[in-house]
Design a protein around this ligand. Sequence first.
Ligand code: URA
Length: 418
Amino acid sequence: MITIEKIIRKKTKGKTLTKKEIDFFVNGYTKGEISDEVMTELLKAICAKGMKEGETIKLTTSMLNSGKRIDLSDIGICLDKHSSGGVSDSTTLILAPILASLGLKMVKMSGRSLGFTGGTIDKFETFSANTSLSLEEAKQIANKVGAVILCQTEDLVPADKKIYALRDRTNTVASLPLIASSIVSKKLASGAKVIVLDVKYGEGAFMDNLVEAKKLAKLMVKILRKNKVFACAVVSDMNQPLGNNIGNFMEVKEVISSLKEGKESRLLTLSKTIASLLVSMKENISLNLATKKVDASVSEGLAYEKLKEMVLAQGGNLDLFKKEKLEYISVNSETSGYIKSVKTKELGELTHELCRIKGCKGVSILKKVGDKIGLGEEIIRIYAPKKYFEMFYRKYLDCIEISKTKTNHLPLIYDILK
Ligand code: URA
């Protein structure tokens, strides 16, 4: 007879679990038949001993089967992307209108807040858009506009909902099989058939080891493909904020200007790369040709027009961002040299704290790693009333490390797993 105690003993010895054993603990914990304490013991054993690829696939399937799979087939083949989370990452809000402007479909389900990184939902709601849509409402919008952004339904992979919450409380998040099964089960349940994963590597991501980040990307692509989903992955940099702004309001402003002006930036380049990979897989065309289509969508202003349409369709308003003249505090460098490193996670956390204060909108980071900086030159702009100078000035300045010797610019993409 299978018991949870036997499963824990087996995993503690580093042995491979069977499908029946995996189903036993996934279902048992989801139904409340296994306690948090006992499940934590098992999660710790998995973190310590890992899981074979076959076990991870079985775990993903078991979690997927804990809830319903969304069927989007009536609106056609849908695209999706997933980011493992980073600071100033608003790629979804850029690539969704690009894809929709090319006649493709995206029903983007997202979580609300991802702590200091903010979630796509929070960012989209900055337009005053309604994201609490039923699946039927979302499908109608996707049919008309092409793309829609909505809050993840409560019953999407119930096993992951419970297990992930426990992992978060018990320091058992950092495990490749647990992360892969958690992310992929949700992606599979969401109904998209063409997916790009953006696995972040760096100080501001939860994967701070490049080899492990690549392994995770490869594993997730493999599981998605086994489930008949067209998938590929990028491993991208999170050793500095992706965009030039942090904080939902400022990030959304950057999304608008990226699509309106098409000025190249790391944020726009990564968004266009992910969009091109999706277009290439969906249309079965070369990446080169897909990139040309994506570039044209931005340079001809089609993606910007589509963003306006998307926001309007969900009851939002792009004009909110036009009028406001923002008060700001300039943070100036106390030395000259080159930007050596950026405390990305700390910048994210600090800005999360800042944006909780009424009237504070976020920050612009005016330099990237490898850029030259002069003595007294503005390095960060804090969009907050001047009275918050003492509270934040030094903390922000301390997030940027400057060296006298020349430093290199950081790569944006470390790997693409096609
Ligand atoms: N994001 C998820 O959805 N699951 C994980 O395990 C880690 C990040």
